[in-house]
Ligand binder design. Structure first.
Ligand SMILES: NC(=O)c1ccc[n+]([C@@H]2O[C@H](COP(=O)([O-])OP(=O)(O)OC[C@H]3O[C@@H](n4cnc5c(N)ncnc54)[C@H](OP(=O)(O)O)[C@@H]3O)[C@@H](O)[C@H]2O)c1
Length: 362
């Protein structure tokens, strides 16, 4: 790319926003030029606005420290400074829907981490290795919004990244019934142990809204485009329990699966390790070389050893074995704020850029 695209991050001061800022440091195609957050932060330098809330293990990039944070609600002003935006604001669902549409209508593509538009029929919700063809609904969305280049694309919930890629790799064996339990990190709630000391040594068996997302969103990924809308798949049916555990980063899932065409364990492992998609073929900057790794050791995947596999963009699977009630069971692990949030959105943007949906405004 001759000239880097100018990027804005909405919600730049939050947990996911900070992850965007870290991942985009030295990005070969994108340069963060604008950061926006609530009116509380607007007008301050990024360093002042974040204060002691910096939650990344790497230092705040020098290039952004002195940038002045803008107000997310000043849509025209923010949009005028960028080619596209990443969205990670925490507002009500209705407010997020409205503000993301407002940005799209200024001809600014929005790649969002938020759940607000995940079920809007003409908004693609994409994991680039799984359903890149869903981007084709963007042309219908542009018609609805009355835009030429503005649109919204979203990525799915963090919880499903530890098992939806696996079930996709096994599609030919027709998985039809799945039971999953997720063990979710506290960064998924935008928290560290400093902010949430009650989580040390604790488990909370409730994460608001998460079970429905974990059961339904994979079906939308596997859905078809019909008349400019995404129609979700019916199978495999998934039932899920989501549990908050005392882990900083990394969502683990323990999963049971029934297949119509029961494969061997060797076949299942082969399909996992050979699974690739467009990001690998196009060698996109954030694409993991190996999307799914299979670990043979009985005590893997482990959060501390495996969460950063492929810089947090890969998925680690282990403990695949036959089950007495279901056909097979396994354990999956993925990084919730990298592959499950900011990294997944950056990879979506890279594919959208490679396919010409995102371009420089002038
Ligand atoms: N954490 C994850 O792993 C994860 C994964 C997937 C999706 N998400 C979703 O991503 C969004 C951000 O999550 P997070 O964990 O990063 O949250 P967070 O740490 O609480 O950050 C929220 C961001 O939104 C801004 N904000 C809050 N209220 C606002 C308002 N009324 N108007 C404008 N901006 C406002 C904040 O700005 P100030 O600093 O100025 O208050 C901050 O930049 C949420 O919708 C969350 O559900 C999170």
């Amino acid at each position: 790319m001759e000239k880097k695209l100018k990027v804005g991050v909405l919600g730049a001061t939050g947990m996911v926003g900070q992850r965007f800022i870290s991942l985009l440091e030295n990005h070969p195609w994108y340069e963060v030029v604008t950061m926006a957050a609530s009116p509380r932060s607007a007008g301050k330098t990024y360093e002042e606005a974040v204060g002691d809330r910096w939650k990344m293990t790497t230092p705040m990039p020098e290039a952004v420290k002195k940038l002045t944070v803008m107000n997310v609600n000043e849509v025209e002003k923010v949009a005028a400074s960028v080619d596209f935006v990443f969205s990670a604001v925490d507002m009500t669902k209705e407010e997020i829907k409205a503000i993301e549409e407002a940005y799209a209508k200024t001809e600014t593509p929005v790649v969002s981490n938020n759940s607000a538009h995940r079920w809007t029929p003409d908004v693609p919700m994409v994991v680039p290795e799984i359903n890149p063809e869903h981007f084709e609904v963007i042309k219908d969305q542009r018609k609805r919004l009355g835009t030429e280049r503005g649109f919204i694309a979203v990525k799915p919930n963090c919880s499903i990244q530890s098992y939806a890629p696996v079930l996709t790799a096994w599609k030919e064996f027709e998985p039809y019934e799945v039971v999953a339990t997720t063990y979710q990190a506290i960064s998924g709630a935008g928290k560290t142990f400093k902010d949430w000391p009650e989580m040390e040594g604790n488990i909370i068996p409730y994460i608001g809204g998460e079970e429905e997302k974990s059961e339904q969103e994979p079906l939308r990924l596997w859905g078809k485009v019909e008349n400019g809308e995404i129609v979700k798949a019916n199978e495999p049916v998934i039932t899920c329990q989501c549990i908050r555990v005392p882990v900083l980063n990394g969502h683990t899932a323990a999963v049971f699966v029934k297949f119509r065409k029961k494969p061997t364990k060797e076949e299942l492992i082969e399909r996992l390790v050979s699974f690739k998609g467009l990001p690998q073929e196009l060698e996109l900057p954030s694409a993991p070389k190996q999307f799914i790794q299979y670990l043979n050791e009985d005590n893997r995947p482990q959060v501390t050893m495996d969460v950063d596999f492929e810089h947090g963009m890969g998925v680690s699977i282990g403990r695949l074995r036959e089950d007495t009630v279901y056909d097979y069971k396994f354990v999956g692990l993925s990084h919730n704020t990298v592959r499950g949030a900011a990294g997944g959105a950056v990879l979506c943007a890279e594919l959208l850029t490679a396919q010409g949906y995102i371009q420089a405004k002038s």
